[in-house]
Design a protein around this ligand. Structure first.
Ligand code: ADP
Ligand code: MG
Length: 336
């Protein structure tokens, strides 16, 4: 069955039939607008992202279900990166009229899985026909008043920290786009999964902000070299990143060594990691480490904030180089 067979209203009915209004939803899907409640004493947050077929995703190696998951997850990550909780989502959907209804139902199954995983209620959307698949998701969230973490508070002397490991999603994308290099190992499966099903660090971010001492934070979406530059620009500081301290997974190291590549290229410039990159008062770093240990998410100190005049630098294998956004050529991956 195709979209053209059921029409816009038929499709909306089919894909939203099983969506239950969650906590805080006063009026969900079905009326002209949705109504929702926000926890008392909190600031509302809103973020939106648009994904265009063959620009931001390819249905050649992404399933509709994974697409649904990822589209919501990347928005949730933006709420998390400021220390907030995601609460509600609305979905703008553009579909070609020959779209298969089962595919759209799969998309909603993936959205539903992510919604459940991150405590988000789908409360509305819009459906239109168009020449390509375009997904626009808006997530509404809340953060305790005055507790939001910005990009602009880093100070010289702070430590630079990151959650989890970096580079897996970029290496996973490489494997998805170059299946000839894929041996089907468990490690490679994990790399691909990291690209297809990112896990936004909502709880980890809440713990970091509650532990105190965090001065700036964002989620790594463009890649470490670009995202640290965002913090440096907005905070008017410089940075020294220690390349040897950037956490890498065994799966990434294995793939890199098999291909004769430096895994740091993926970790520095790959992007779509959706890990938290944050700066923290030196005195508070241990408390943050302990707070994170309770959530099962690892973290590592990967450098120090320096005065603005020092610029953005990386020390790696004994030499110090500048680290412009997007990186320097030595680490650049082919095909990027
Ligand atoms: P209107 O004509 O008032 O814009 P619509 O027919 O677009 O109303 O939508 C009817 C209801 O279905 C609204 O509650 C809207 O939020 C919801 N809705 C429309 N499209 C989607 C979608 N793709 N996903 C979820 N909800 C949707
Ligand atoms: Mg509408």
């Amino acid at each position: 069955m195709r979209l053209s067979d059921v029409g816009e209203f038929g499709l909306i009915e089919m894909v939203t039939r099983n969506i239950k209004p969650g906590a805080g939803v006063i009026l969900g899907i079905g009326d002209d607008a949705a109504l929702y409640a926000i926890p008392e004493g909190s600031w509302q947050m809103v973020t939106t992202d648009t994904l265009v077929e063959d620009v931001h995703f390819s249905l050649e190696y992404t399933t509709w279900r994974d697409l649904g998951w990822k589209a919501l997850a990347v928005n949730v990550s933006d709420i998390a990166a400021m220390g907030g909780r995601p609460l509600y989502a609305v979905i703008g959907l553009c579909l070609p009229s020959d779209s298969d209804i089962v595919s759209v139902q799969e998309l909603y199954a993936g959205l539903g899985e992510a919604a459940e995983a991150f405590g988000v209620s789908l409360i509305g959307g819009d459906t239109v026909r168009g020449p390509a698949v375009v997904l626009n998701i808006t997530v509404l969230g809340a953060v305790e008043a005055n507790r939001a973490v910005y990009r602009s508070g880093a100070r010289s002397g702070d430590l630079v920290m990151v959650t989890g490991t970096l580079g897996d999603p970029a290496a996973g994308l490489f494997l998805l786009q170059n299946p000839d290099y894929d041996t089907g190992s468990e490690g490679e499966r994990r790399l691909k999964q990291a690209h297809l099903r990112p896990e936004p660090r909502v709880e980890a971010a809440r713990r970091i902000s509650a532990a105190g001492g965090v001065t700036a934070m964002l989620d790594v979406s463009d890649g470490l070299s670009s995202d640290i530059a965002h913090i440096c620009r907005d905070s008017e500081v410089g940075v020294l990143i220690r390349g040897d301290h950037i956490p890498l997974s065994d799966a990434l190291r294995d793939l890199a060594s098999r291909l004769g590549r430096d895994p740091l290229g993926w970790a520095l410039h790959g992007g779509e990691d959706y890990e938290l990159l944050f700066t923290i008062d030196v005195e508070q770093a241990d408390r943050t480490r302990e707070a994170l240990a309770g959530s099962g998410i690892g973290c590592a100190v990967i450098g120090e904030v320096s005065p603005k005049e020092d610029g953005n630098r990386i020390v790696y294998q004994g030499s110090v180089k500048t680290l412009p956004p997007g990186g320097f050529n030595h680490f650049r991956m082919s095909g990027k």
